[in-house]
Design a protein around this ligand. Structure first.
Ligand code: GLC
Length: 538
């Protein structure tokens, strides 16, 4: 079993984790000083969001130097110390890596913008304005992910350049082989610094449709209203374009120059396409990210068929050797505790008992809620550009500082943090929750410990147990089995309790309660499973 199959991955947004310099911004020494804490969560790998020098227009996803450390976060010595300390604890580090675009302040783009014949011009994607347009119009109708045209006009040289995120994130041109040569060197730089894995940002976007024709629009026509209910761009020329796998194969070949390195790819695609990113011979990503639980409501009717379908892919060629993965939250989506307040413990029970590597986002273990960002203090470019600083697009809300204590600034910093502390920090903080044996935090630890020490749970097979028809949208049961034992996981997603005959359901005479979301002293074969609760039996 490879380390990335056994690991529990803890995702850190470095700006918001722990500030040791008193500038309101998290840093590398802050992470180093919390390694004990992360280990106490039984997480043995960290995925670290970008820490490279960056003008921070998209908070590190606009990289101006792929081989450096943002001075706000520390130095290369701090980084080497972090990795050394992690390895001495048998922990692994996965760095975020952003090959799709650079910052407009990256030396390549500064050069490229100087003139049309600059040797770096072709590192990026430049096109003439639409023929005959005056004033100039973009070459086609392609839209960016943050809304608006995917093209920005560059006055000085009279051409447009492509960007799907903010205009300060020009997209690289992988049709130019030199770009790949440079990016591979950047990857080697981090592998030579002993990094264990890279998370490749926006993986399906690296290849662009070479026709540069207009995109098409998909509409759902509303008969009653006499207008489209919604309109969606296909993004066909920009996402999952034929040829993108070849680019990823090149990146993977760099990882394979070293022993035991892994690549995770950020992918929001339906399973049929997602699976192709493992590669026909397992030669692309070890982890194309499975976003089912991030995207979908925590509603059994919705997710159960998706969970089952996902696993079915792993029983078919060419994916029988591929390994699943799961996550509920990340730095781009609303917090799981805000999305599923009633079923939080249940959700963790599922995350740590499903087959496949679990990824957990900093602060979720204490039930951190979405922050409130006063208008005027919004930092996320997605929110400002899409004109929606509210619920849907404001990613600041899931990026607020980690809540360590109930002190000022939640013990994150001695100075006013770059984003406001989330309102409930006085109840939801590590210090307080550590001292309460019944807290979510200690429950999380119990669960992760069980997973880490139970082969059936980290490597065993998964099977789905049929449930009575009248419970079908409320009760979810599956088993995890290795050659020594079988564990049953029973989850009640509903608002009402369930009376269960375990013998009839599971066909077993003897079972032991291993773990549950709440205290369950009266455990018998005729079992009462309260609303929103779950258990693990053996
Ligand atoms: C990915 C990152 C997101 C970033 C975007 C552009 O989706 O997760 O935070 O804004 O790429 O780099």
């Amino acid at each position: 079993m490879e380390w990335w199959q056994k690991a529990i991955i803890y995702q850190i947004y470095p700006r918001s984790f722990n500030d040791t310099t008193g500038n309101g911004i998290g840093d590398l020494q802050g992470i180093i000083s919390k390694l004990d804490y992360i280990q106490s969560l039984n997480c043995d790998a960290i995925w670290l969001c970008p820490i490279y020098p960056s003008p921070q227009k998209d908070f590190g996803y606009d990289v101006s130097d792929y081989q450096g450390i943002n001075p706000e976060y520390g130095t290369m010595d701090d980084f080497d110390q972090l990795i050394k300390m992690m390895h001495s604890r048998d922990m692994k580090l996965i760095m975020d890596f952003v090959p799709n675009h650079t910052s407009d302040q990256h030396p390549w783009f500064l050069e490229a913008s100087k003139s049309k014949d600059n040797p770096y011009r072709d590192y990026y994607i430049w096109k003439d304005p639409k023929p005959g347009s005056s004033p100039p119009e973009p070459p086609n109708n392609w839209e960016g992910q943050f809304g608006g045209p995917a093209w920005s006009y560059h006055e000085a040289t009279g051409q447009y350049y492509l960007h799907q995120f903010v205009r300060e994130q020009p997209e690289l041109n992988y049709e130019n082989p030199q770009v790949m040569v440079e990016m591979k060197e950047n990857m080697r730089f981090w592998f030579d610094h002993d990094v264990d894995g890279l998370r490749l940002d926006t993986a399906p976007l690296y290849k662009k449709d070479q026709s540069y024709q207009d995109d098409t629009i998909r509409e759902n026509w509303d008969e009653n209203a006499g207008k489209p209910a919604w309109k969606k761009w296909h993004f066909k020329p920009l996402i999952d374009v034929n040829g993108v796998h070849d680019i990823i194969a090149e990146f993977r070949s760099v990882a394979d120059e070293y022993p035991k390195k892994m690549l995770m790819g950020e992918i929001y695609l339906e399973f049929e396409r997602l699976m192709t990113y493992y590669g026909e011979h397992g030669d692309l990503f070890q982890f194309p990210t499975n976003m089912t639980l991030v995207n979908e409501p925590f509603d059994l009717e919705v997710i159960k068929p998706l969970i089952i379908e996902y696993y079915q892919w792993f029983s078919k060629e060419p994916y029988t050797a591929a390994w699943p993965n799961w996550q509920f939250s990340n730095h781009d989506r609303l917090r799981m505790a805000s999305r599923i307040p009633h079923n939080l413990r249940l959700a963790f029970l599922m995350l740590f008992t499903l087959k496949g590597t679990p990824i957990t986002y900093y602060g979720d273990e204490i039930g951190m809620l979405n922050g409130d960002i006063p208008s005027g203090q919004v930092k996320d470019p997605f929110a400002t550009l899409s004109g929606d600083a509210g619920i849907i697009h404001n990613r600041d809300r899931c990026r607020t500082p980690m809540q360590w204590t109930d002190d000022d600034y939640a013990g994150f910093s001695t100075a006013n943090p770059w984003l406001p502390i989330s309102p409930k920090y006085q109840e939801q903080n590590v210090k307080l929750m550590e001292s309460d044996s019944t807290s979510l935090l200690n429950y999380f630890r119990e669960l992760t410990k069980l997973r880490q020490t139970t082969p059936a749970l980290y490597l065993g097979e998964i099977a789905f147990v049929p449930v009575p028809a009248d419970n079908i949208n409320q009760l979810f049961i599956y088993s995890r089995t290795d050659d020594r034992s079988t564990y049953f996981i029973l989850l009640n997603f509903g608002n009402s309790p369930l009376e269960l005959d375990l013998q009839a359901l599971l066909g077993l005479n003897n079972f032991k309660l291993i773990l549950s979301t709440i205290e369950m002293p009266t455990f018998t074969k005729e079992f009462h499973l309260p609303a929103h609760q779950g258990i693990i039996l053996k």
